[in-house]
Design a protein around this ligand. Structure first.
Ligand SMILES: *Cc1c(COP(=O)(O)O)cnc(C)c1O
Length: 416
């Protein structure tokens, strides 16, 4: 164990996934072996025990969101929650049937959503819905006014994330929710980076549909939840999968009991420790940002300076090349500004969406801290980054020219 650990890099990619909290694992274990029953089995103790585990977890998730237990649907993760919410609502509330030649209805989302929102919206667009993808201002934050300007009489759904997974910026969710309710528009939020880290009250915050995921909050992978409002208004969804009627028919199939129990425990811990974790992580994130930006020129923090999650920062470094920066920082596990998901080297569409140029987007790092990040990890990471950037700049003719006062925008580059 220890020999391997000595060579492992420092994990600062908690926005991609988090380790399971050991308390979560402990809660799950009995459900693999002794309490292995199918919660749908109503005739014997095995089924009842499993059902009890699921009921407890549903209560824990509901408590985290200020929701009623009946409003929680367990899914395989935020991707599935987003699909059920967005497509399910669009098909249920469509203004005209498919193939009628008329618009099936208008949906508002944004160009900096997670792919798990963008792609369902794009599919709906192909199927005859009109989708407005809002463009963010430079600080990355969507306000109620921006949504209001995009509303139309035929708008049926607004889907905007609570906090952005690449830059951590926080949208005006309660006000956007209020606006949607005023206009009888269904409001969905992908709260995967927010729920479990920051307080949610679906009543106060005017939310109709909310997606969250286990593995972003120290629970297991492959489990998530969708909150579906049951009153004022009662939100209806067209199911995407047919089967045994579980989860009110929205998500049929035998329940992932171990995962559900783990998500429940993770939600319970998150609720109890949210304030303490948040305060600690905010201080660590600021320390990290300060120690990097005070020792390097030409670096910029992407997104609004204050309205951000405590645990995510995204920094662009001028005069370094993205690939080399990642290579030089290999002792820390972070995300780069290049979309590695697509296996291409496209710069991040989120940073591009904010107006960050391709070069700077490539040479950006997303650092995301978590419950198990220690102060020493952050100090080490800052040191690594500063040394790496300095070293790369020493080799950079552009940085030399810039320091000699040459205006690079006026340089005529030769062809090669
Ligand atoms: C991680 C993430 C998702 C995807 O969640 P899965 O549970 O892995 O499907 C969706 N949206 C956001 C904002 C995320 O950060």
């Amino acid at each position: 164990m220890t020999a391997g650990n000595a060579h492992r890099s420092i994990y600062l990619d908690n926005a991609a996934t988090t380790p399971c909290d050991p308390r979560v694992v402990e809660a799950m274990l009995p459900y693999f072996t002794e309490k292995f029953g199918n919660p749908g089995s109503r005739n014997h103790r095995y089924g009842w025990e499993a059902e009890e585990g699921v009921d407890t977890a549903r209560g824990q998730v509901a408590a985290l969101l200020g929701a009623d237990e009946k409003e929680i649907i367990f899914t395989s993760g935020a991707t599935e929650s987003n699909n059920i919410a967005i497509k399910g609502a669009a098909y249920m509330y469509e203004k005209a049937p498919a193939g009628s030649g008329k618009s099936r209805g208008h949906i508002i989302s944004s160009i900096i959503e997670h792919k798990a929102v963008l792609d369902p919206c794009k599919r709906l667009q192909k199927e005859g819905f009109d989708v407005t993808f809002l463009e963010p201002p430079k600080d990355g934050i969507f306000t109620a006014e921006m949504v209001k300007a995009a509303l139309r009489p035929d708008t049926i759904l607004v889907s905007l994330m609570w906090a952005n997974n690449e830059i951590g910026t926080i949208n005006e969710i309660p006000r956007i929710g209020a606006l949607c309710h005023e206009h009888d528009v269904i409001f969905h939020t992908d709260a995967t980076q927010w729920a479990g880290k920051m307080p949610v009250d679906v009543e106060r915050d005017n939310i109709d549909l909310l997606s969250m995921s286990g593995h972003k909050i120290y629970g297991p992978k492959g489990i998530g939840a969708l909150y579906v409002r049951r009153r004022k208004p009662r939100v209806r969804l067209q199911a995407l999968v047919d089967g045994g009627g579980q989860e009110r028919g929205f998500r049929p199939g035998t329940l992932n009991v171990t995962g559900i129990v783990g998500l429940g425990k993770a939600a319970e811990i998150a609720k109890a420790e949210m304030d303490r974790d948040g305060t600690r992580l905010l201080a660590l994130r600021r320390k990290l940002e300060d120690s990097v930006t005070s020792r390097l020129d030409h670096c910029a923090i992407n997104g609004h300076r204050e309205k951000r999650l405590p645990h995510i920062t995204n920094i662009s470094f001028g005069f370094v090349e993205g690939e080399s920066l990642m290579m030089a920082c290999k002792d820390i596990a972070v995300s780069s500004g290049s979309a590695c998901t697509s296996a291409s080297l496209e710069p991040s569409y989120v940073l591009k969406g904010l107006g960050v140029g391709d070069d700077l987007a490539h040479s950006s790092l997303r650092l995301s801290l978590g419950r198990f990040t220690r102060e020493a990890d952050v100090d080490y990471a800052a040191e690594q980054i500063v040394q790496a950037v300095k070293k790369l700049r020493e080799l950079s003719p552009l940085y030399d020219m810039h320091n000699e006062g040459i205006d690079l925008s006026k340089v005529e580059w030769g062809h090669h």
